[in-house]
Design a protein around this ligand. Structure first.
Ligand SMILES: NC(=O)c1ccc[n+]([C@@H]2O[C@H](COP(=O)([O-])OP(=O)(O)OC[C@H]3O[C@@H](n4cnc5c(N)ncnc54)[C@H](OP(=O)(O)O)[C@@H]3O)[C@@H](O)[C@H]2O)c1
Length: 332
């Protein structure tokens, strides 16, 4: 697979990564797929998807444990990116950016991941109670201690980030400017897909201008852009889409023209090409520093997603994708 680089240090990763979250968290059936998930991670690595994206809060903790079982066997094949700064309670999630906590959390992640170094350590969410420079300073000390190779920042979620009149990523951009004074940012992670292109406005250009890698989260629109979901089928209560405004039966039906467009483009490239691969090829085409991290717990989909790195969209495809209607339904 084509390689892409992350940050000024030029860390190399396969162009399409693997989001490990659905193996333990956020989607229907996430918690019951241990061995199948392990095979999925192996299949992704075999296909050149070296970047494995996880977080201590996925599970919580079980996702890192799962990734650790693979890393124990084939650490040199993988680039592991995990996250710190969010704690999971009974019904809620809270930020913790205290320096002492960050250092303890890193040691715990290293133990679960069965490795002595994390390739990319990302701040999942800044803690409103702690100046972000203090949290980032603690993360920088982890680099100096050899426990972490590079630092990344995840963009604030849509619901928390948008103020009236402000851009979706304004808060994140301010945080990036502040932490950059303390220690270089190697990667930013935020949602980016054909139905959520907001990062193209300011966040992606910010990264491009500084050689910062961009990890595109949710590049398949939480599965919608793959065309495998049926409007009205519903989701289990623990599936994040059960509460997501774009996944009501009405909004899924209203957004079908987006899937239809992806399907038309896929057909032009042959019967084997899927809407999911077109969605990923579009993300890959947004810049040489962009690495989509499609999430899946299924081996066949990890292989299919990795193969999207070879799909070259034509000018005609880009014109068609640029004309897709804007997605309906949002958290606002
Ligand atoms: N930084 C953050 O705050 C943040 C937030 C969300 C996500 N992320 C990261 O981004 C990664 C990707 O996001 P995501 O997993 O939420 O969304 P996604 O990649 O847009 O979509 C994942 C969904 O698509 C399905 N899928 C994957 N490949 C498919 C294919 N080829 N054909 C049909 N269906 C397919 C998966 O099904 P199965 O589950 O059945 O495999 C899963 O339900 C996560 O794993 C995580 O690492 C980060």
């Amino acid at each position: 697979m084509e390689c892409r680089t992350i940050g000024a240090g030029g860390l190399a990763v396969g162009a399409v990564g693997l989001g490990c979250m659905p193996m333990s968290w956020a989607y229907s059936g996430s918690r019951q797929r241990g061995d199948a998930s392990l095979r999925t991670v192996h299949r992704a690595l075999d296909a050149g998807s070296t970047l494995l994206d996880t977080a201590d809060m996925y599970g919580p903790f079980t996702n890192e444990l799962l990734v650790g079982r693979v890393l124990k066997e084939r650490r040199p094949d993988a680039f592991v990116s995990t996250k710190v700064g969010l704690l999971v309670g009974e019904q809620h999630v809270v930020a913790n950016g205290r320096p002492g906590y960050v250092k303890r959390a890193c040691d715990a992640s290293l133990r679960r991941l069965q490795t002595d170094v994390i390739d990319l350590y990302q701040l999942h969410r800044a803690d409103p109670e702690v100046p972000v420079e203090e949290t980032w300073g603690a993360m920088a000390e982890l680099v100096r201690a050899g426990k972490v190779r590079a630092l990344g920042l995840c963009a604030m979620g849509a619901r928390g980030g948008r103020r009236s009149g402000a851009g979706l990523h304004d808060t994140t951009l301010r945080q990036l400017q502040r932490v950059q004074q303390v220690f270089p940012v190697s990667a930013v992670q935020a949602e980016l897909s054909v139905w959520s292109p907001e990062a193209l406005r300011s966040l992606l250009p910010w990264c491009e201008a500084r050689g910062v890698g961009f990890l595109a989260a949710m590049p398949l629109g939480n599965g919608f852009l793959t065309g495998t979901l049926t409007p009205g089928e519903g989701f289990e209560p623990d599936d994040l889409r059960a509460r997501h405004p774009r996944f009501t039966a009405e909004m899924m039906a209203a957004n079908q023209p987006i899937v239809a467009g992806l399907r038309r483009v896929a057909r032009r490239h042959g019967p084997e090409v899927t809407p999911a691969q077109v969605a990923l090829a579009w993300v890959l085409s947004r810049g040489r520093h962009v690495i989509p991290v499609p999430g899946t717990k299924q081996e066949r989909w990890a292989a299919q997603n990795a193969a999207a790195a070879q799909l070259r969209l034509t000018p005609e495809d880009f014109t068609e994708l640029a004309r897709l209607p804007a997605a309906q339904g949002s958290w606002d």
